[in-house]
Ligand binder design. Sequence first.
Ligand code: HEM
Length: 466
Amino acid sequence: ASVPTVGPSAPILSYWGALKFITHTRDVLEAGHAKYPGRTFRIATWRRWHYVLPTPAHIDELSRAPEDQLSFMAAANDAFELERMLPTAATENLYHLPIIRTTLTRNLARLQGAMHEEICEAFARCVPVSDEWRAVPALDAMTRIVAQVSARIMVGAPLCHDPELLDMLTNFTTDVATSGLILSMVPGPLKPIVKRAVSNVDANIYRTARVVGPAIEQRRTMMEKYGQAWPERPNDVLQWLMEAAEGEERETRALATRLLLVGFAAIHTTSMKLTYALYRLAANPQYVAPLREEVEACIARDGWSKAALQKMVKVDSFLREVQRVDGLSYLLLVRKAMTDYTFADGTFIPQGSYVSTSSVATHYDDAYYTDATTFAPWRFVGTGGAARSQMIDTGLDYLPFGHGRHVCPGRFFAASELKTILAHLVVTYDVRMESAGGIPPSISIFHATVPSRIAKVVFRKREVEE
Ligand code: HEM
């Protein structure tokens, strides 16, 4: 009761407040943080209170809280109805997490060549190099590129070029997200019927299993024959999954589900960030020259290697700043209280409520970033050109990848992928927005923000400077 409420709290009026929170999330959060500086406040949602925490001490505690008390998975399940949408094992047995966090990350240097090759191939398909300016729907093209590059790392070539697989990987996320959202709004008894009517998830899993099935079969045969000594053992996510899976998880359908699940976390997150980066660049072509100069110097020295990427401080800073300013959600570190929970300062969160912090209290706060709402691409380049902090670094004031217990395990891969793509883009093309007027407005879907789906960026083969 000591936590103040933003918006109406009376029984019927609170539904109005809940609607406003969805349609004007940023305004509601700004009003809350302005009215109650440094204090936790709560906002009504359809079924529960959402508590918004403001201070670094709160965020630190939130990021460390045990899963059985403040749960990441339960909040995700509520948002996307994952438990209803996916086979049970996919939400209960998370054996793919260490594969992403450790095996994938450790293999990044070895995979860098394949990743660069696939990026060149994907761009050639989606944005053919031309001497004429050509308009390209940016979000669609960037999603196709990221899906193909992710597929290369997931299943290797040539399977990563299979159009049906690329379709499945791309559509699965939108299917789960939209069907889950619809399901979350209908009463319990109707959910199974509505699921059948609105969702293609089961068909997607079936079709993916059909496409990857022959490769899985062939790998099984080789694994039985050679074990670990298989001379050309693939180095990709599918192989690591096959080696780690136990019991029913070894079945083709379960492996296909797991690939889709990795794609769910990996593809649209990365492609939306890439699209934001492209909009920032195309609306501000003055940023191209410093990026290009840095990329060319690094690849002249180290080729398209991990070592070169590590030296691309401006590329890294540019993307880190995109992540800070162009967030995918105004709500960060969203958790569901599985028990009553009391923070160290006495803030009480009742069981069943949601709790999070917000980008208004962190990324857009002048207390942490000078002129915080301004996009400053070299903000993270320190004196002497060294990085002040890197894209993958998280902290109490930098949460695009989360922080603490559930920090994004794919961020090392995402950072390598985004940096290689941006580097390729600036040395290959000149870009500008098709329409004047700066960055096209984002679309809000509940608390999430998505880059404009219709805006076009025009590309032309880069003019070589004299
Ligand atoms: C720019 C791209 C990406 C962004 C912005 C992003 C962001 C996030 C965020 C915000 C979280 C939740 C953190 C929290 O609430 O504490 C998360 C979790 C996760 N991410 Fe990412 N992510 C990206 C790319 C990827 C990629 C490429 C993969 C896989 C290769 C991946 C796999 C995951 C997984 C599996 C989780 C769940 C972690 C858990 O259950 O503890 N992400 N990501």
